[in-house]
Structure formats: structure tokens, C-alpha cells
Design a protein. Structure first.
Length: 222
């Protein structure tokens, strides 16, 4: 257990937002499956799993994305694997939607009466608790859920000795248009939340992580 604790903290200390990767060093298929599985198994509010992961390995598509992604200029050409995190639109996340029924009925396999109670409770949560009264607010909330999966994927990668870099440095409208034109995105159902690149860092320079001190970040209420 003590070794595991040290391993976890060591991975977090080593992890950094890698700007450029060794382009000819690829992540093993089995290792990347673990990273994707960490995302797939991530928790989400009400268990709705409002995300999809688009793994972009096509070089031509990466170059198209590079033109509209100022924050991924070095990552897109060099990453072993490049993932776009998609989130479901507000219309998909409302009581009565086909998607919520699919999760409750086909995935969770809960009885119809229990499904109705769950969906009704979620509808009240959306409006009364989190004030998710517009499609835009719902999509913003969905993005928060998707970031849980994103973080878990990056943590899994770090524990495997694999580097990563999360990114928001892109023109969301242009990225969504490119993916839509390629037939990879149904804009009515999904929007782009974030990007993340995986691989092995090109330069292994001396690096010391800087963070605020513990007593400035953590407050205990006893």
C-alpha cells in the first residue's frame, strides 16, 4: 500500500501538459485501451454518461484541425493518440429524450416505473437545483461531467508512464464544422468539449511542478 501511494503521487508530480511528443514513439494498443477504459468507466451525475470519445489518428484530419487549433500546433502532428471529447447537447439530456431512455432501459435495465422516477427526479434536479433551464446551460453542465472522464484518462496515462496534454485552445465552431463535414459529428446531438493528446514527451527537461501550498488550497471543517 505504501508503494502504491508513492507511485500515485510520483505520477502526479511527473505529469505535465506536454507540448510536443516523440512522433515515432507510439503507445501500445493494450496501454491505450486502459486509458480509454478509464474514461468509459468514469462516474457521471445520475449515471447518464453524456460523453463520447473521438480518437483521431487520421493524419489529414489532424492537419485540418491544426489550422483552427492554436493550442495544439505541436501536439496534433506529434501525438501518438489524439482524442476529442464530445458532450451531448441539451436536447439529449432532458426528460423524455431518446438518449435518457436508452441509458435507463437498455444500459441500466431498470423497470419502467423506476425509470420514470429517475428521469422525473433528474428533471427536477435540472430546473430546481442546478437551474439548467437552457440548452446552453445543460451543455455547460455536460462539459463538467466529461471533464471527469478526461481527468481519469490522463491519470491512467500518467500511472502508465504516458504523457498527455488537455487542450481548449481551438475555435469550437470551426472544429465542429470540420468534424461535421467529415461525417464524424452530429451537431444536433453533440458538441466539442475539449481535446487531449497522448504520447511520450519529446524533451525530458528538468521539471519541478509548482502549486499553491497545501494550507492555501485545502480547508478542513471539523
Amino acid at each position: 500500500m505504501e508503494d502504491m501511494k508513492r507511485e500515485i503521487i510520483s505520477a502526479f508530480k511527473r505529469r505535465e501538459a506536454t507540448k510536443e511528443f516523440i512522433s515515432n514513439k507510439k503507445i501500445a494498443d493494450e496501454d491505450f485501451k486502459v486509458i480509454l477504459e478509464a474514461g468509459r468507466l468514469s462516474p457521471s451525475s445520475f449515471g447518464w454518461e453524456p460523453w463520447e470519445f473521438l480518437v483521431v489518428q487520421n493524419t489529414d484530419l489532424r492537419m485540418k484541425l491544426k489550422d483552427v487549433s492554436w493550442g495544439a500546433q505541436r501536439q496534433l502532428p506529434s501525438a501518438s493518440h489524439f482524442v476529442i471529447i464530445l458532450g451531448r447537447r441539451g436536447s439529449q439530456m432532458k426528460p423524455g429524450s431518446e438518449y435518457l431512455h436508452h441509458i435507463a432501459h437498455d444500459i441500466n435495465k431498470i423497470p419502467e416505473d423506476i425509470e420514470k422516477k429517475k428521469v422525473d427526479a433528474f428533471g427536477k434536479f435540472e430546473i430546481n437545483d442546478f437551474h439548467l433551464d437552457t440548452d446552453e446551460r445543460i451543455f455547460s453542465w455536460v462539459g463538467k461531467q466529461a471533464y471527469i472522464a478526461l481527468a481519469n484518462m490522463m491519470t491512467a496515462a500518467a500511472l502508465l508512464g504516458i504523457d498527455s496534454c488537455p487542450m481548449e485552445g481551438f475555435n469550437i465552431d470551426m472544429v465542429e464544422k470540420i468534424l461535421s463535414d467529415e461525417g464524424l459529428l452530429d451537431i444536433e446531438k453533440f458538441g466539442v468539449v475539449a481535446m487531449v493528446a497522448f504520447g511520450y514527451r519529446k524533451e525530458n527537461l528538468p521539471y519541478k511542478k509548482s502549486r499553491r501550498p497545501v494550507d492555501e488550497v485545502i480547508k478542513w471543517v471539523k
